[in-house]
Ligand binder design. Structure first.
Ligand SMILES: Cc1ncc(COP(=O)(O)O)c(C=O)c1O
Length: 382
């Protein structure tokens, strides 16, 4: 069992930070890499042509390890989820009469990409809204999602957990249903990968995208994707030189190449070698691989269980364990509790969470301890 890892962060001592789903705090080791790399350009001769490719390969390899991909070339460095999904949208084989199924109330980057296809190609976008029930909500939402997939579905796009309240989607069941109708499965792993185990061999996604600044603990504007077989001969949304074959040979760059680098590298963003951000995200994911996402789940579960039990006894609704993350879940207030009163308590107790409607999003990590949850619990008591 992992111990509390707060010493590895510079998180202020007087706050209770339960909002990794908004933005992770910076690991000291990642900040050190960033500062060192910032000064790396003092002497530009220290940046060798091979460093452009070593940098990107290191990040892809670390991510491939995290998601159990066969090879680093299955992965691609992206600046944002919207960028990674634009590559999916461009290469989706679908047209008029076809549909796309997505979980309702998803993060906008995982909605606008498909709305555009609705306008451009006449594809129908089916948003599966959460059921308005308290008991068994996660299970029922999963069932609705599966029922929405039909013979005209060409893609299902969802998170592993929902970004607003951690509702967990049964990716194996969705994969099976998608296979029955020949649809691809696209996962926005931004709110799960890094903290919740994700294995491409288990879920067999066709594409996975993740922003790097939350559960992957990297800097803002560095993300990473995985593209499977379906995308291997596709056309990227931009054409940058590094993604072309033999671009390592700087003397021959004007012998323009029609061929791409192998695998998914064609989808990588221009200047992916980003000499500050890319090594920072690599260091962050290395730390996560050392911890192991299954151990992060176990830590969060052990930490939160007694407090969640007490909150539930007070009437607070929390999703069944099987249908939520241990690292991300919502607290729904009973009628007798006033959200504004709770919010003000949080503010005065320096508790940082996200509030949406009548749900409070709690997103703990290895830097949280019992004192944080004691403070949270106290805010509900008086
Ligand atoms: C589920 C999810 N996807 C994506 C993002 C970020 O998207 P983008 O990288 O396009 O800004 C967020 C940010 O909160 C998110 O919660």
């Amino acid at each position: 069992m992992l111990e509390n890892q707060k010493d590895l962060f510079n998180l202020p001592d007087d706050i209770t930070y339960l909002n990794c789903s908004y933005m992770s705090p910076m690991l000291k080791s990642v900040a050190e890499v960033g500062v060192r790399c910032l000064y790396g350009k003092d002497d530009p001769t220290s940046v060798k042509p091979e460093d452009f490719f070593k940098n990107t390969s290191a990040l892809r390899s670390e991510f491939a390890r995290l998601i159990n991909a066969d090879k680093e070339q299955d992965c691609a460095i992206i600046p944002s989820v919207s960028y990674g999904l634009a590559n999916v949208a461009k290469n989706l084989k679908a047209g008029k009469g076809d549909n796309i199924v997505i979980a309702g109330e998803q993060f906008p980057s995982n909605v606008y990409a498909w709305k555009e296809l609705e306008n451009e190609r006449g594809i129908t976008l089916k948003l599966v809204a959460p059921p308005h029930i308290q008991e068994g909500r996660g299970k029922a939402w999963n069932e609705l999602l599966l029922e929405s997939i039909d013979s005209n579905t060409k893609m299902v796009a969802t998170g592993h957990v929902h970004w607003t309240d951690g509702t967990r989607f049964d990716l194996k069941a969705i994969r099976e249903r998608a296979d029955e109708v020949g649809a691809i499965l696209v996962i926005d792993g931004t709110q799960s990968i890094g903290a919740l185990p994700f294995d491409v061999k288990e879920f067999k996604p066709d594409a996975v995208v993740a922003a790097g600044y939350k559960w992957l603990m990297g800097p803002y504007a560095s993300g990473i994707a995985y593209y499977g077989e379906y995308f291997q001969n596709g056309s990227p949304i931009e054409n940058n030189w590094m993604n072309r074959l033999h671009s390592e040979d700087f003397r021959n760059l004007i012998n323009y190449q029609d061929e791409y680098q192998p695998g998914s590298i064609r989808y990588e963003v221009g200047e992916s070698a980003n000499f500050i951000q890319t090594p920072m995200l690599t260091r962050a994911i290395r730390q996560i691989n050392e911890w192991g996402p299954q151990n992060i789940q176990a830590y969060c579960k052990k930490l939160t269980a007694p407090y969640l039990k007490e909150l539930m006894e007070m009437g607070v609704q929390i999703e069944d364990e099987a249908y939520r993350g241990e690292h991300l879940f919502g607290l729904r207030l009973p009628k007798h509790m006033d959200m504004e009163t709770v919010r003000l308590k949080f503010e005065s107790n320096k508790i940082f969470v996200s509030i949406r409607g009548n749900s409070i999003r709690i997103a703990p990590h290895l830097y949280n301890g019992t004192e944080d949850f004691q403070r949270l619990l106290n805010s509900f008591k008086n």
